[in-house]
Write a protein that binds this ligand. Structure first.
Ligand SMILES: Nc1ncnc2c1ncn2[C@@H]1O[C@H](COP(=O)(O)OP(=O)(O)O)[C@@H](O)[C@H]1O
Ligand SMILES: [Mg+2]
Length: 304
């Protein structure tokens, strides 16, 4: 598998490249690869950004001109494609690279920034920005900040404050705008000032069925559960059906399905009289999945 970061890895042998080793950044990137299934284009973009920042650092050490990089980003994609999860990792990576003092993430939506009355919005937005300083401000469904149909919408005030802070405090705060791709495109085209300050646009693709299956296996493994062979097959069938139903939300739907399977697994175990083996405590069987409404062919109801 091609690994764009390998090119910079050769720097490791060089003393001048010690920031690369010291940053622990290679570990973080490896962990990202391992703990997140799929997302190849997203991972490649993150490696590119990390490489750029590392080289910037080496250049600065040698006295070359290196303007403060613009690190504001947009993460676009459908629900459950990993945007929030990757934003958390990004905050950590930027902290490790020395670009963020604290490396924490503050996740907000419009309601956290915009007030109900005149004079309410500015203090609200400033309070959130204060909390986020030194880290990442993650604005979910960011396009709700802009409501052109409402002439005196307070969202505009929040946008103006954000713009100012994104410019003046860019060495201490990274803003990530997240949401559906098409709505974000509209948001940026109606807000050119915002668009010009967001340097990195990363698109999160929907997962393929086999990736969703791998995500399920990984989630179960983390919780010390597993599917038996039959359950694995049933879950593949489950994924196919669930994807075709409304409100399918990628990896989030997988997580919800597993939560329900664990509930059914637990009630099934409560009905057995014998001592429960470790194997029984850990194993999700086909019946724990087949009870899902997703397998009711007649209702056609959206269900997890
Ligand atoms: N590539 C992945 N590998 C493993 N788990 C994932 C992956 N993407 C998402 N998840 C899990 O799916 C759930 C939803 O992800 P999240 O980051 O909240 O999606 P979004 O913010 O795009 O709606 C979380 O529990 C997350 O850990
Ligand atoms: Mg999210």
């Amino acid at each position: 598998m091609p690994d764009t970061f390998d090119a910079t890895l050769t720097l490791e042998d060089n003393d001048a490249a010690s920031p690369l080793r010291d940053s622990g950044i290679l570990d973080l990137l490896a962990q990202l690869d391992e703990e997140l299934i799929g997302l190849a284009p997203v991972k490649a973009r993150i490696r590119d950004i990390a490489a750029l920042l590392l080289v910037d650092k080496l250049r600065a050490q040698r006295g070359y001109n290196t303007g403060a990089p613009s690190l504001h980003m947009s993460f676009t994609g459908n629900p459950g494609t990993g945007k929030t999860t990757v934003a958390l990792r990004m905050a950590e990576i930027l902290h490790r690279l020395g670009h963020l003092r604290r490396g924490h993430l503050v996740a907000v939506t419009r309601d956290d920034l915009v007030g109900q009355y005149i004079g309410h919005t500015a203090p609200k937005t400033r309070e959130v920005l204060k909390k986020a300083m030194g880290g990442v401000l993650f604005i979910d469904e960011a396009y709700y900040l802009y409501r052109p149909e409402n002439e005196r919408d307070y969202g505009q005030e929040a946008i103006e404050i954000l713009l100012q802070v994104m410019e003046n405090n860019r060495d201490d705060l990274v803003v990530i705008f997240a949401g559906y791709k098409n709505r974000m495109d509209t948001f940026f085209s109606s807000n050119p000032g915002m668009s010009s300050r967001v340097a990195h646009h990363i698109d999160f693709p929907d997962y393929q069925p086999d990736e969703l299956q791998q995500i399920a296996t990984l989630m179960l493994d983390t919780m010390q559960y597993r599917f038996d062979a039959e359950a694995r097959n049933v879950f593949a069938d489950y994924i196919g059906r669930r994807m075709a139903q409304p409100h399918f939300a990628n990896a989030r739907s997988v997580r919800n399905a597993l939560d329900r399977a664990r509930l059914r697994h637990a009630s099934r175990l409560m009905q057995t009289d014998s001592t429960l083996s470790d194997e029984a405590l850990q194993t999700i069987v086909a019946a724990d999945l087949l009870a899902s409404r997703v397998f009711d062919t007649d209702t056609g109801q959206p269900a997890e």
